[in-house]
Write a protein that binds this ligand. Structure first.
Ligand SMILES: [Zn+2]
Length: 368
């Protein structure tokens, strides 16, 4: 009799690094801490990192995503680190542990806008429970609110010219930013210089940059380009894509537009930006207020020194005049125009970037 093989109904999936809660413990290197570390390490939901030094902690937070930082507030530099986290990292929670109960200490703790506080002595089990609660809350909030943005350009500098202000605004909003540039731009200059310029601009935006190796001026709209974009989509799973518009005299730009629509067919929000080679047929439906981000946009474009010198169309007075022109259609001082291919209404966040404006206003008040 033929034996039928039963298929397992459930697969046992190991906790991947993506789904684990990433916690950084900053505490003295002593036996008590070692016990806490062992308790965290035994929990498969958690990926724990440890340092006894706040300066090292600052570098670790900048280098990789963390959901929570647990810190002993009596370590030197702990309050400076807490302030840095609150100012720079919207998606990192903070849990303070301390032996200090004095009113002045508590005032300092409250001013640091921390997410949780535990007084020592605390058992590893208590600390673990609080840490999981806070890290989970941060992680859930990040997954539901953080936008994952993919900006696609045919050549180095296209995305900065087309939507650099919008990308700077996403950066200020602590969104996750990837830039995909499909060619190295050999027709417009030395590819090595252009790659360095592209990397410098991406660094200013806090963006991850990928430069594919399609041939400049010969980019097709078919399988090769679609696959390159699909790979970037698979990696980021973007909520928002910015790409070229079809109303453009450059053949590479049109090809990237067409390939983007195929590769991003499942992305809920897809927008097309204007470039210096766009035609008068470019008719936008969305205007992003970049009044507070024009300085960053001009700075991003000026990084491309090899291009600014040879192309009058990307000099700062024209960038400014273009933004001023489009601003009038939406009642903004300066705007970037976008054509909408697709937009999910739950993702229309009219106030995105507001937090940055408030921070700026706060900084001005402080300095004034
Ligand atoms: Zn281009």
């Amino acid at each position: 009799m033929k034996q039928t093989q039963e298929k397992p109904r459930l697969n046992v999936v190991e906790q991947s690094a993506q789904t684990q809660l990433r916690i950084l413990l900053v505490d003295r290197d002593e036996p008590e801490t070692a016990e806490v570390r062992r308790a965290f390490d035994r929990n498969p939901e958690i990926h724990l990192e440890f340092t006894a030094d706040t300066e090292t902690a600052s570098h670790m937070i900048a280098a990789t995503r963390h959901d929570l930082v647990v810190i002993d507030a009596e370590l030197p530099g702990s309050f400076a680190l807490l302030k840095e986290i609150k100012n720079k990292y919207r998606w990192v929670g903070t849990l303070v542990v301390s032996r200090n109960h004095t009113p002045s200490f508590l005032r300092q703790v409250v001013k640091s806008r921390i997410d949780g506080l535990l007084f020592k002595p605390v058992t590893p089990a208590e600390l673990l429970e609080q840490a999981i609660l806070l890290a989970t809350a941060v992680s859930v909030r990040r997954h539901s609110q953080q936008m994952r943005v993919l900006a696609i350009g045919a050549h180095p500098d296209d995305v900065e010219i087309g939507c650099g202000g919008t990308l700077a605004k996403h950066h200020a909003n602590h969104d996750l930013l990837h830039i995909l540039t499909l060619s190295r731009g050999s027709a417009g200059g030395d590819v090595n210089i252009r790659a360095i310029e592209a990397q410098s601009a991406a660094t200013l935006l806090g963006a991850h940059l990928k430069i594919a190796n399609l041939s400049d001026t010969y980019i097709g709209e078919g399988a090769e380009t679609i696959s390159a974009i699909e790979a970037a989509v698979r990696e980021l799973n973007p909520t928002h894509v910015y790409t070229h518009c079809l109303e453009d005299t450059h053949q590479d730009h049109r090809a990237v537009h067409t390939a983007s629509l195929v590769a991003c067919r499942n992305v809920p929000n897809v927008y097309c930006y204007q470039t210096p080679s766009s035609t008068v047929e470019f008719k936008p439906h969305r205007f992003v207020d970049i009044t507070e981000f024009i300085k960053q946009k001009v700075e991003l474009i000026s990084v491309y020194k090899s291009q600014v010198d040879r192309m009058p169309s990307i000099q700062s007075d024209l960038i400014l005049a273009t933004a001023r022109y489009w601003g009038r259609f939406a009642g903004y001082v300066l705007a970037e125009p976008l054509r909408i291919i697709r937009q999910r209404d739950s993702d229309m966040v009219p106030d995105f970037g507001k937090e940055y404006s408030q921070l700026q206003a706060g900084a001005l008040a402080e300095s004034g």
